[in-house]
Design a protein around this ligand. Structure first.
Ligand SMILES: Cc1cc2nc3c(=O)[nH]c(=O)nc-3n(C[C@H](O)[C@H](O)[C@H](O)COP(=O)(O)OP(=O)(O)OC[C@H]3O[C@@H](n4cnc5c(N)ncnc54)[C@H](O)[C@@H]3O)c2cc1C
Ligand code: FES
Length: 248
């Protein structure tokens, strides 16, 4: 196990696991010792390295639970429910899927990008941060040979603005040609970003939701959201939903 900072507030934890058969977009529920409720964190990567299976999680320190996660040392045994949730559907990605992530919505897109690249797809990635010092995993996506664009709200790195500014610029460029259609997209990030993605690109894509959770496995109904087909549980019916289903 390793556990260390990538930026001031964002940490990466690597765990030795018995299994690595996670789908991109699935998540785990970690029992943080001092807290009753488990903390849901997306699977960022899962791979076999030699004889070991390694699960990578990236988490932002926002409150007591994630703060305590930063104190977990190598050798700690974690109580974890995994894998949870449905995950992204790779079968409908098309040839040039677009992955859009904001802040700690970015981690679940990494395993997705790796698997789409392994299928030979040309993967376009737009990563949004507030400022350059909060940026992480840009080089890791580039190392997968994805076409990566970074946006920062303050313009300190990449395009100044939000992910949808970069997406809109790309779309306007594309629409000046005659036969370019919008790509299928996969998005994860804060609610205003997701709303803006749907306004910009329509609903031909999938969105991963990060709702507060109780049990994490379908029993407490604490994570229910309203969708076009009625109430759905983010933990078991999601966290990935077809954008057309969502009422954001
Ligand atoms: C499916 C899913 C995947 C997620 N993946 C990631 C990830 O990869 N990286 C990452 O940094 N964060 C992720 N989150 C958000 C993460 O779960 C919360 O930031 C974390 O639980 C906060 O715990 P805390 O004790 O530090 O904060 P506190 O605010 O003290 O937490 C209080 C309670 O609210 C819940 N909570 C607080 N914020 C959130 C939130 N944004 N979403 C859901 N529950 C919340 C906590 O789990 C806890 O039960 C994910 C959330 C979900 C639902
Ligand atoms: S968190 Fe309990 S049903 Fe989803």
């Amino acid at each position: 196990m390793s556990n260390g900072p990538l930026t001031g507030q964002v940490w990466r934890m690597r765990l030795d696991m018995e299994r690595v058969d996670f789908r991109p977009g699935q998540f785990v529920e970690i029992q943080v010792p001092s807290f009753f409720l488990r903390r849901p964190i997306s699977v960022c990567d899962a791979e076999r390295l030699g004889n070991t299976s390694v699960l990578t999680l990236i988490y932002k320190v926002v409150g007591g639970g994630t703060k305590e996660m930063t104190s977990l040392l190598p050798g700690t045994q974690l109580d974890m429910l995994a894998p949870l949730g449905n995950g992204y559907d790779l079968r409908i990605a098309g040839d040039r899927p677009l992955l859009i992530g904001g802040g700690v919505g970015i981690p679940p897109l990494y395993l997705l990008a790796r698997q789409l690249r392994a299928q030979g797809k040309e993967v376009q990635v737009v990563l949004g941060f507030n400022t350059a010092s909060e940026a992480f995993y840009v080089r890791e996506f580039e190392a997968l040979r994805c076409a990566v664009q970074v946006t920062t709200a303050d313009g300190s790195m990449g395009v100044k603005g939000f992910v949808t500014d970069a997406v809109a610029a790309e779309y306007m460029k594309a629409s000046s040609g005659s036969s370019v259609s919008l790509p299928y997209y996969y998005a994860c990030g804060p609610l205003p970003m997701l709303q803006s993605v749907i306004r910009t690109l329509g609903t031909n894509g999938e969105i991963s939701m990060e709702e507060r959770m109780g049990c994490g496995f379908g029993v407490c109904m604490g994570c229910s959201i309203q969708t076009a087909s009625g109430p759905r549980r983010v933990c078991t019916d999601g966290p990935v939903f077809n954008a057309a289903e969502l009422q954001l």
